[in-house]
Design a binder for this molecule. Sequence first.
Ligand SMILES: [Zn+2]
Length: 460
Amino acid sequence: MVDRNSTRASDPPRPGGVGRVEAWFLPLLLATTVLFAGAGRAPEAGSPAGEAAPPRSVILLIADGMGPQQLGLHLDVADALGRETAVERAYRVGRTSTVRTGSANSPVTDSAASATAMATGRDTDNGRVAVDPTGAPLTTCLEDAVRTGRRAGIVTTTRLTHATPASFCAHVPDRDLENEIAGQMLEQGIDILLGGGAVHFLGGLGGQDLGGRIRAAGYTLVRSRAELDAAPRKGPLLGLFHGDNLPYLVDRDGGEGEPLHVPGLPEMTRAALERLEGADGSLLIIEAGRIDHAGHANDAGALLGEMREFDATLDLLLDHIELHPEVALIVTADHETGGLCLTYRPGRLPTAEDLRALDGVMRSVPARPTGAVDLAEATAIYGQARLPFVAESAWGWNAPGLLRSSERFVSFGSQGHSATPITLFHIGAGAPLPSLMTHADLGARLREWMSIPLPSGGAR
Ligand SMILES: [Zn+2]
């Protein structure tokens, strides 16, 4: 079902909407102590990194809401399970930078402003989608890529019309104008569009029916994993696998009532790579979009599921880069969400067993509106006495998630985004990025790369 409040009620402050800021900052106690592991590490000998030729093709993998804390927890859980991670592989073969986050009107960005900076090289206000603070459109790297004859794709676990993917291919003053975003998206000549948000393309629940425009633009429409598998390898492809965001991984793998026919991020990424591989230049934007939502919900179990999905996607992209050293792979986040940390409490330290339990979570915790959960109810449902470091003031709509996470020593300082600097990996082609940078610095580089004419004059 489409539950729009589940992701939007928790979005960060907009211009003129700063009333909730204070409440978010109250519990932000521990989130600022973070580890920037591996920043600036040199690539291993023999790795493709270090090539300075400008890349003909770029793959940008954005893990929405993934700060260094989320990366660290993912690695700790993998250690507890003896599991290899693609994140460690990326550290071995790539360069890393630290990216300071923030928008034109706040040190705490939202996905729209952050993705706009990555797409255009320009900072804007929170809530704006590829327009400047006055509302004037800003050209995106995806538009550059299409103009220079490259092929283009967008793959996401959120609605395709959500702020992050939208900022690469639509221009609206407010991220909530998702019907408008869908219409613009279909006009951009994008070869591959895979994700959720079907209501904004096919109608229902406040959406719109763009069936005629989908056909006019030549898209083959697929609605399930099976249809994606069977789709033609050539021609524009539009995959709409859910009315809203795609379900969390933990809910897709056996959760009640959620469709098992939804493809995962690695499957969608593979489908996009197969179709873009033959082109002599391309831009592929991939978003692991729901790390952010699990952070807003303070649900560490769901968050780790989304991190596994991200990691599996990164693994196949690293395989791809080994075969295609002319491609630049950039892996980063737009901001951190939740002020997450793994901590301890007096007299008890977290153990590997706690981490394995987090990894074994099979369902996301349903969010409840403020006031709908009280301590007695939550204790009855989740079976643990209230923990000392869960302050009364932190209890809100995400109380069940916070309580479950706290049982395993994962604490959240916020229900929203934090200003924590995040990590960027650069693997493959292209001159090195600065070791300390901004999203606008990345956007400027992407626009530069995607503006370079192809030797062939373009394959489109
Ligand atoms: Zn968010």
